[in-house]
Design a protein around this ligand. Structure first.
Ligand code: NAP
Length: 266
């Protein structure tokens, strides 16, 4: 019986790279994202690697759709070994230009959706006494980033969820781990949202993000996929990928100094 992984946000970027890496490592892959055509392209690539792929179009912010995803995956494969919560969106802008509906959207995708998948799969993992949950967070879930209060809040929530759940589920045989990417040159600008007091300011934030993504500091989706594989294979609790490994450590040691530097330079 081949091992099976469910990956959300699997149609592109980090999720796609993860799907292909797990297929290379012998996993059958359940792929979830909203756009069916893109999912089918990745499914075909997985099959070309000799593994089975099941593409299930899902909006992870909708709990009924997430329940359907998990039920369908279990119907087809009868067992799931790994859940990778990865679908996420980014938002940048000052808090006074971030509406309540912006907050709700980002929390729905980046936080609540992670809980929906976990709630849905947990009975299966508990019954088997085994299973791995990987939550893809962000280095922004370990340190604050300028003008990214909504995004960082959602990712700090994921860090809290991951660490607390690990404490609870480890004795029950379930491994809960985090992969925290730094800036990664994926396709995430496609759906990243930028806010400002006017369109010009929003465009300024977009341009800044674009510039960072095109520097050598940026990781590649394959780097993050490799970290996801490492936490699963070697039962690690957390990997911070890329440049954020250093900055989050410095922040943990000197939070006030780092806040001061960020206020002066942003
Ligand atoms: N790229 C970075 O710099 C960076 C840095 C730190 C952390 N991360 C985190 O890494 C994860 C992956 O990001 P990425 O860079 O690979 O992003 P990406 O290239 O934009 O891919 C996002 C994926 O999520 C899916 N998705 C978005 N909203 C969804 C929804 N409501 N329901 C289902 N699927 C949804 C997208 O497909 P559809 O649109 O078809 O649904 C797509 O497959 C995210 O959690 C992100 O926060 C990224």
């Amino acid at each position: 019986m081949s091992p099976t992984v469910i990956i959300t946000g699997a149609s592109q970027g980090i999720g796609k790279a993860t799907a292909l890496l797990f297929a290379q490592q012998g996993y059958d892959v359940v792929l979830a994202a909203r756009q069916p055509e893109r999912l089918e392209v990745v499914a075909a690539e997985v099959r070309n690697l000799g593994r089975q792929a099941l593409a299930i179009p899902t909006d992870v912010s909708q709990v009924e759709q997430v329940n359907h995803l998990i039920e369908k995956a279990l119907d087809v494969y009868s067992h799931i070994d790994v859940l990778v919560n990865n679908a996420g969106i980014c938002m940048t802008g000052p808090i006074e230009n971030t509406s309540l509906s912006d907050w709700q959207q980002i929390m729905n995708v980046n936080f609540w959706a992670y809980l929906y998948t976990i709630q849905a799969i947990l009975p299966h993992f508990l019954q088997r006494g085994t299973g791995t949950i990987v939550n893809v967070g962000s280095f922004g879930g370990k340190m604050p980033l300028p003008n990214m209060t909504a995004y960082c809040t959602s990712k700090y929530a994921v860090t809290g969820l991951t660490e607390t759940l690990r404490l609870e589920l480890q004795p029950k045989g379930i491994h809960v781990c985090a992969v925290q990417p730094s800036v990664t040159n994926s396709d995430f600008m496609e759906r990243s949202q930028f806010r400002g007091k006017d369109e010009q300011e929003a465009q300024k934030y977009r341009q800044q993000m674009n510039d960072i993504l095109n520097t050598a500091v940026a990781s590649q989706p394959e780097d993050v996929a490799q970290a996801i594989w490492d936490v699963v294979k070697h039962h690690k609790d957390e990997i911070v990928v890329g440049s954020g490994a250093v900055t989050t450590t410095v922040y943990r040691l000197f939070p006030s100094l780092m806040q001061w530097i960020m206020q002066k330079t942003s």
